[in-house]
Design a protein around this ligand. Structure first.
Ligand SMILES: *Cc1c(COP(=O)(O)O)cnc(C)c1O
Length: 410
């Protein structure tokens, strides 16, 4: 037997954190990393935040899970809080981002079905999108590395170029029921939608009776500098998926919708055993307590401006390696002139955790509670890593036959 007990679907690095505090992770040997990955945009309050930990401890000792067969008062209360904070009239709670996307897609489908238009089953999505790893979510992207081995995938989605409104206009036909988009693509390379694009999608949805579905799983919950990224574009969606930051590290997601969009989500239409359990609700309430404090968003924006200008000042010192800074709020991308994955690997040995993304972008997704000192430390560590870095030699265009191992891994 050569397979590992843990199904080997991740190419894991050597870092083995056993403890976290604020913006730092520690391994069993006491090695420390500045965590500018936040478990991929999840730990927005950093690690071991006392208010979040306290809320989870208290709830765990009271009631963790009942069932959606019963009333769950904490669920109704959190739904009302999200409704009061957003465009939405109604909320379904899930345990992850992909499940929130699943609910969003089902909400869109059932809306058209309820309206007598079952033929409007397709949804337009965008190049390099990432919506999760369920079969529905991987059929919504054109990223080959996620689809490979799982095809044929159903023809529910049509993938179009991102930020290309003309392509969307041309693709609308009677089978289209909605448009699903990340206001800021995360995995795809920290690419923000242009204001014209998002506003244009809203206008097209209004004109054709389509559902605008926003995937704010990564960019939502204060990361972009507003509670939700779409607020900066002056539009609202019909349906929105959130997860990651909302639990601050506790696995939870949600699908938010307007009353009109949710017209098909009647008794029996959807469900989840764990979704909306009291423990998850307590975590979300604690996160919202912190991020809705009046000074929180201004702190995020202040830190974002400082991080951006510090990175911009650093680039000329290493202009053989770094190209530009992009992103919104504390969802920042540093575009490299060579493979970003290799640099992220190298940077770990300089004590900083980052995440690679598409287009040779290094994602900086720090906890939203960072201070100026963390930003200085980040830039010092990036600069030190850059000074000690030799980019990998680019693969030759016409390669000889690869060695067996490489061919098997490809
Ligand atoms: C992470 C992510 C998802 C999937 O969330 P999971 O909790 O991993 O299922 C979906 N959409 C976006 C934009 C994401 O970043």
């Amino acid at each position: 037997m050569t397979i590992t007990a843990l199904m080997p679907v991740y190419g894991r690095c050597e870092v083995e954190p056993v403890r976290g505090e604020g913006c730092y992770l520690y391994d069993a040997q006491g090695r420390e990393w500045l965590d500018f990955a936040s478990g991929i945009a999840v730990n927005i309050l950093g690690h071991s935040h006392p208010h979040l930990v306290g809320a989870i401890q208290k709830q765990a000792a009271t009631l963790m899970h009942t069932s959606n067969l019963y009333n769950v008062p904490a669920q109704a209360a959190l739904a009302q809080r999200l409704v009061d904070l957003t465009f939405a009239d109604t909320v379904f709670f899930t345990n992850s981002g992909a499940e929130a996307i699943e609910c969003a897609v089902k909400t869109c489908r059932s809306h058209h079905y309820a309206a007598g238009h079952p033929e409007k089953f397709r949804i337009l999505t965008f190049s390099n999108a990432f919506h999760g790893r369920t079969l529905a979510a991987i059929s919504a992207t054109n990223q080959e590395k996620m689809r490979k081995g799982f095809e044929p995938l159903p023809d529910w989605f049509h993938v179009l170029p991102f930020n290309d409104l003309e392509a969307v206009t041309a693709a609308i036909d009677p089978s289209i029921g909605g448009i699903m988009v990340e206001p800021v693509q995360g995995e795809g390379g920290i690419r923000a939608a242009t204001p014209e694009f998002l506003k244009g999608l809203r206008a097209l949805c209004d004109e054709h009776g389509l559902m605008l579905i926003l995937d704010e799983v990564q960019c939502g919950v204060a990361r972009s500098g507003t509670l939700f990224a779409h607020e900066q574009y002056g539009i609202t969606p019909d349906i929105m998926a959130i997860a990651k930051g909302i639990g601050g590290g506790f696995p939870v997601g949600a699908c938010l919708a307007t009353e009109h969009a949710a017209s098909g989500m009647i008794v029996g239409a959807h469900g989840s055993t764990y979704g909306g359990n009291p423990l998850a609700m307590a975590a979300c309430e604690a996160v919202l307590d912190v991020v809705t404090e009046p000074a929180f968003l201004s702190h995020v924006n202040e830190m974002a401006a400082r991080l951006r200008s510090s990175l911009e000042q650093m680039i000329p010192n290493h202009d053989d390696l770094f190209e530009s800074v992009r992103g919104l709020g504390l969802m920042m991308g540093l575009k490299l002139k060579s493979d970003s994955r290799a640099f992220v690997n190298h940077a770990r040995s300089h004590g900083i955790l980052l995440v690679a993304a598409g287009e040779n972008v290094v994602r900086l997704l720090p906890p939203l509670i960072i201070t100026e000192a963390h930003i200085r430390e980040c830039v010092d560590k990036l600069s030190a890593a850059a000074r000690a870095y030799t980019p990998p030699v680019a693969a030759p265009v016409v390669a000889a036959a690869p060695p067996i191992a490489a061919a098997a891994a490809a």
